[in-house]
Design a protein around this ligand. Structure first.
Ligand code: FAD
Length: 450
């Protein structure tokens, strides 16, 4: 049977666009449906606008440092609507770039929602489209806990469009998105209370780094409430009244109407018409094998909808490997074993490989040696600011292999990206030691640790 397309991609985010363009480069006839703005979560309501907000939030510290270096820093004011407008302009510019890229690759764009009618047929807007292979790359969306009054909270999707800066905000959740927004808003001058269920933010990351960031956030004035359960939210005349159960009692926190529920995300599978296919869902995510293939041999899925490692570069790589394998005759396998990542809190975290806890659990405590360096970077000594940097290497002594490299401090993401190449290649501590330092820098600590 002749199909309309060799490949039809549902979702024009990180994974979908990467796969569509790569498949088209191999000569496949490719269509792509995107219900919203091109670029997906990362470009429109994730990595990009968030990182721009992070930059904005760092200026107060930079003004303070500048004064220490002899600059006269004048009257400072921050205007939220100016920032929001600038973010939107930049995001719109990027949407345009993605549109041009799809055009140049001859990928036919359908600016509509798509759903399965059967295993080879999609309803896209008011058209029926058939494809030999279909890739589901529909990403995920935020979930709010089911408590009374939760409709009075916003999610990270909404924060980029708030017309006014909140004066006082409660952030529910201790994951990376909640913690990043706690730091962003605090840096921009909002009073922030972060409410979490456990005893520490950033579950899953190296314990020492979690503690380092949590302590620094408290020093910057963010109030953290641990071991708390959200009970209810009531609207008041000026905002919201949030009822929290602490281990001892119930407490009320008053905040602006815009408190942020950063309590997790879930794959975007509702409404896709998957019931009309044999595609299987496990724990809310589309189940795929190591070739990104669902239970239906010609239907594939990549990115957040599969809920494996939910990061943009991972979705992109999965999409490209899928296209290389299916259309380029270059079969490949995606490894999720060593995925460098960053958390753009203030201070920032960069991390690659195993945490100390993971390494000790896998290889035994006695075989793991930890090298660490904690210091005040030179930049802060002249203005007399208290910021610290922590760097840490997790080394497997029997083989001397560096299993993990972690950092909290300025430029952690930039520095760890380079170190990740060494960790990915299986470098040993001796390889790190044999590398000449760049002096003076913070990064040199990674090759001089004793
Ligand atoms: P998405 O990028 O979400 O794309 C899915 C697309 O599918 C969307 O555009 C959606 O509109 C469309 N769609 C859905 N259903 C349909 C349908 N039925 N028909 C047509 N179109 C449909 N990752 C990082 O690596 N670094 C970061 O710093 C980072 N920061 C983040 C900050 C926030 C606040 C958030 C929310 C996420 C962040 N991420 C970050 C994660 C990153 O954005 C995602 O991992 C990535 O976007 C996943 O790409 P994807 O292709 O799977 O899905």
């Amino acid at each position: 049977m002749a199909y309309d397309f060799d490949l039809f991609v549902i979702g024009g985010g990180s994974g979908g666009i990467a796969a569509a363009r790569r498949a088209a480069e191999y000569g496949a006839k490719v269509g792509l449906a995107e219900a919203g703005r091109l670029g997906g979560t990362c470009v429109n309501r994730g990595c990009v606008p968030k990182k721009l907000m992070v930059y904005a939030s760092h200026f107060p510290d930079q003004f303070e440092a500048a004064a220490g270096y002899g600059w006269t820093v004048g009257d400072r004011q921050f205007d939220w609507p100016t920032l929001i407008k600038a973010l939107d302009t930049e995001v719109t510019r990027l949407n345009g770039i993605y549109g041009t890229m799809l055009d140049k690759s001859s990928v036919q764009l359908f600016p509509h929602y798509a759903r399965f009618v059967d295993e080879h047929t999609l309803e896209v807007g008011d058209q029926k489209i058939t494809a030999e292979k279909i890739l589901i790359a529909v990403g995920g969306k935020p979930v709010k806990p089911d408590v009374p009054g939760i409709e009075y909270t916003i999610t990270s999707d909404d924060i980029f469009h708030l017309p006014q800066q909140p004066k006082r905000v409660v952030i529910l959740g201790g994951g990376y998105i909640g913690s990043e927004f706690a730091c962003i808003l605090n840096g921009l001058g909002t009073e922030v209370v972060q409410v979490i269920r456990g005893d520490k933010i950033l579950r899953g990351f190296d314990e020492e780094l979690r503690t380092e960031i949590q302590t620094a956030m408290a020093q910057q004035g963010i109030t953290l409430m641990t071991h708390c359960e959200l009970i209810a939210i009531h609207k008041t005349e000026t905002g919201v009244d949030i009822t929290i159960a602490t281990p001892e009692k119930q407490e009320h926190i008053l905040a602006d109407a815009v408190s942020l529920a950063a309590t997790g995300r879930r794959p975007n599978v509702q409404g896709l018409g998957l019931d009309n296919t044999g595609v299987e869902i496990h724990h809310g995510a589309i189940a795929v094998d190591e070739h990104h293939r669902t239970a239906v041999p010609h239907i594939f899925a990549v990115g957040d909808v599969t809920d494996r490692v939910n990061l943009t570069p991972v979705a992109i790589k999965e999409g490209r490997i899928f296209a290389d394998t299916e259309f380029g005759n270059k079969p490949g396998l995606m490894s999720h074993a060593i995925v460098p990542t960053a958390v753009f809190t203030t201070p920032e975290m960069g991390t690659v490989g195993m945490t100390e806890e993971q390494a000790k659990a896998k290889y035994g405590e006695e075989t793991i040696k930890i090298y660490r360096s904690r210091f005040r970077p030179m930049y802060y000594s002249v203005p007399g600011m208290e910021a610290r940097t922590l760097m840490k290497l997790v080394v497997h002594q029997p083989t001397d292999k560096v299993l993990g490299a972690h950092m909290v401090g300025d430029y952690a993401a930039e520095i760890i990206q380079g170190v990740a190449i060494a960790v990915q290649m299986g470098a040993t501590k001796a390889d790190f030691d044999a590398t000449i330092a760049i002096h003076p820098s913070s990064a040199e600590e990674f090759v001089t640790m004793r």
